[in-house]
Design a protein around this ligand. Structure first.
Ligand code: FES
Length: 116
């Protein structure tokens, strides 16, 4: 999960409990046998908060999700991650998936499913 100059900040997203979102995403990743990382800006600030998901067993595909700010997206994202993120993304998640167009820096893999 990005936590850079925009994502995860009260300055850009006042009133959002960023710590709670990070905790929920981390718990979902761990329940799927994976892990989460908090990283610096991944270059998509216009989409903040950004979460990058690497589905379990798929080492090269990464799903970039923007606008992870409200309960609906966090609930669905966490459920999807907890289910290994290998099924089609739920509606709220799918609506916020975007293409970054470039490979992020090596540290930017925010969630890595390790169950494979
Ligand atoms: S701070 Fe998250 S994309 Fe820039």
């Amino acid at each position: 999960m990005c936590d850079g100059c925009c994502c995860g900040t009260d300055r850009k997203h006042p009133g959002v409990d960023h710590a709670a979102i990070r905790e929920r995403i981390d718990a979902a990743a761990v329940s799927a046998g994976g892990r989460s990382r908090v990283v610096g800006c991944v270059g998509a600030c216009e989409r903040s908060n950004v979460v990058i998901v690497r589905p379990a067993g798929i080492s090269t595909d990464r799903v970039w999700v923007g606008g992870v700010l409200d309960d609906e997206i966090v609930d669905q994202l966490c459920d999807w991650i907890a289910a290994d993120a290998v099924t089609p993304a739920p509606a709220a998640v799918a609506a916020r998936v975007f293409s970054n167009g470039s490979t992020p820096p090596s540290v930017s893999v925010a969630l890595s499913g390790l169950r494979s």
